[in-house]
Ligand binder design. Structure first.
Ligand code: SF4
Length: 613
């Protein structure tokens, strides 16, 4: 255990010491004498971000339900704490026991965002654990990783021992149980890794060999032994109602990104937006029952004292019993002044009086994500929103007293033209005009419209996975078009950093050769890359040059349908033929209806049972 005395001294010198103390309400502490497997849930970003992640709370509580497993938490220390830890020889430790991570059996990273990869390396380094899997010995912890980025795990292949592909609740427990048994039998790490390849959803990168063509594309990816699976099929939970969901969660001492009860109402999405990875990899749709959710909300509010409930999913409006759920939650909680937040809500899903009831407790901002400025481009990406939808929702909202609107778009979508870019401006101006059409004495509040653009990053397992990303210069030109054209005091224009999106695109569709560049970038001081004030683009470019890797090859190159993609060995259930078909339809501007209106043959129902289809 880290000396409390040293730690206390160090904590006086850092910003937000509560990040490193633990001891919050509802943490779980166990007697180590009764524990057989120690697991550190590692979130490669700061405490406030990690503690807002629902998956952390689910896995933390689920693993700790097992008597002989002890799951603790660890986050990336901010730079001030890192400096103090180094000065005082404090290795990275878990918040519950304050024991160094090196003493654990497993360190489990959740990979939510490509730009957290250098933090994974930095955390291993601070824990004094060799970064490369091949350099770790029998006594080092096993490094396991999951989360959305593990759907293309290859850029981290040199560092991670085991990837969990798909939903981790059942699989993580199965892996730890195999470990416990094999440890008791005196088996070694290699035996364990071999054994778990039999579990659906486990990928051990060291057991595969990749060969390349002269042009740098992949020639083959083969298991080193016939007993390892050629395809790794993702894991899903069949019935969400039967799945574990914590009835109490840890309540932080400091403000986090989301200080509220998060209720997961369903997984998956049937809309089929063509840029959206989550919409493809999390299929099929599985809903939790209303009674189940209301009961959970009651227990979680009691256990945490939070004053807000957030309904979490990819598209709240698509929950089939939304009105019933919202009314029940309002009936139960509105008098207690507990607010409801419904991200990605479409106003047309409700009668106006329910919207008014939600707003009475806590007024939230109004957010729309049309994603593209013209109907033509919205059809290309299969975003089922029309201008009329937006206009009618905004009109209703202004009538109900909203005056702050956020509009989200993407630049660099396939087939985009200048007209589409200017369409973003025009849509924002139309929203402004709706507000000022309301007679002056009936207008409520001061209008504020925020237009934000991100840079499109083509992602694996989407119909646009073959598509080249725009270059940084092209993104700059497009951003400048909007900067030059949006000239209105009521409208603020924000944009994402193209350099960061370029790097995200490199790693999103990268292969295992990128491990080298990642290591070099970390050695050159890159970490917290997702934080714009910490992002060091020049160092990254040096790292690519020094490791002789051309990042453009990954971000800017168009792939052919015949190319072997680094993630092709993963079976997410949605077929490649479907993605190709969707890509062709996109180029013709053809829509694919939401599959609640009829199956469009993505293939998930052949690969997996469960869900709505
Ligand atoms: S199998 Fe059909 S209904 Fe199910 S998600 Fe795919 S397209 Fe939709």
């Amino acid at each position: 255990m880290i000396s409390r005395e040293v730690l206390d001294k160090v904590l006086m010198k850092v910003e937000k010491p509560a990040r490193y103390i633990g001891n919050e309400q509802n943490i779980i502490e166990k007697d180590l004498d009764n524990v057989k497997v120690r697991f550190a849930f590692a979130f490669p970003d700061v405490y406030e971000v990690g503690m807002s992640h629902l998956g952390l709370h689910i896995l933390y509580n689920l693993l700790n339900e097992e008597e002989e497993i002890y799951c603790e938490r660890v986050f990336a220390p901010w730079v001030d704490m890192e400096e103090q830890m180094k000065k005082n020889n404090i290795p990275l430790y878990a918040l519950e026991s304050k024991d160094p991570l090196k003493e654990f059996d497993f360190i489990g990273f959740t990979l939510q965002y490509e730009m957290s990869y250098t933090n994974v390396l930095n955390m291993l380094h601070l824990a004094d654990i060799p970064l490369l899997a091949k350099e770790r010995g029998e006594d080092d912890p096993i490094i396991i990783a999951g989360g959305p980025c593990s759907y293309n795990p290859e850029p981290l292949a040199d560092f991670v021992d085991v990837f969990v592909i798909g939903e981790g609740e059942e699989l993580t427990l199965e892996i730890l149980n195999v470990y416990k048994q094999m440890k008791e039998e005196g088996k070694n790490k290699a035996d364990f890794l071999k054994e778990i390849t039999k579990l659906q959803g486990v990928y051990v990168p060291a057991f595969y060999e990749v060969k390349y063509n002269e042009d740098g594309t992949i020639k083959s990816m083969e298991p080193k032994d016939d007993s390892y699976p050629r395809k790794i099929k993702k894991r899903i939970i069949k019935d969400l109602n039967e799945t574990y969901f914590p009835e109490k969660v840890i309540v932080p001492y400091i403000e986090t990104v989301h200080d509220r009860v998060m209720l997961e109402i369903f997984r998956g999405c049937t809309r089929g937006c063509r840029f959206c990875q989550a919409g493809m990899i999390y299929r099929p749709v599985r809903e939790r029952k209303v009674e189940n959710l209301v009961d959970l909300a009651r227990k979680l509010i009691r256990a945490t004292g939070h004053e807000e409930i957030s309904l979490s999913s990819l598209s709240t409006s698509d929950y089939s019993q939304l009105e019933e759920l919202v009314i029940k939650l309002l009936d139960e909680f509105e008098d207690k002044k507990i607010g409801l937040s419904l991200p990605s809500l479409r106003l047309d899903s409700f009668s106006l009086d329910i919207v008014e009831r939600i707003q009475k407790v806590r007024k939230t901002g109004l957010t729309f994500a049309p994603e593209a400025g013209t109907q033509r481009l919205r059809d290309v990406i299969n975003k089922g929103i029309t201008e009329e939808d937006l206009i009618s929702s905004v009109t209703d909202a202004f009538g109900l007293g909203w005056s702050t609107v956020k509009l989200y778009f993407m630049l660099g979508l396939p087939t985009e033209t200048e007209e589409d870019i200017l369409g973003i401006k025009e849509l924002a101006y139309k929203v402004k005009n709706i507000f000022f059409k309301i007679p002056k004495n009936e207008r409520k509040g001061n209008l504020k419209i925020t237009v934000s653009t991100s840079c499109f990053v083509p992602k694996p397992f989407t119909p646009f996975q073959w598509y080249p990303q725009d270059s940084i210069d092209t993104f700059r030109e497009k951003i400048n078009i909007l900067k030059d054209n949006i000239k209105d005091r009521k409208i603020t224009y924000n944009h994402h950093d193209p350099e960061l999106s370029f790097l995200e695109a490199v790693f999103a569709r990268g292969d295992r050769r990128l491990s080298k560049a990642l290591l070099r970038a970390w050695e050159k001081g890159c970490k917290f890359d997702g934080w714009s004030d910490m992002f060091k683009y020049d160092r990254w470019m040096e790292a690519f040059e020094e490791t002789e890797i051309n990042p453009d090859f990954y971000a800017l190159r168009e792939r052919s349908y015949y190319e072997i993609l680094p993630w092709d060995f993963i079976d997410v259930g949605v077929s490649k033929q479907y993605l190709m078909r969707e890509n062709e339809k996109a180029m013709n501007g053809e829509l694919t209806p939401d599959c609640r209106q009829g199956c469009t043959g993505c293939g998930i129902n052949k690969a997996f049972t469960g869900g709505v289809c």
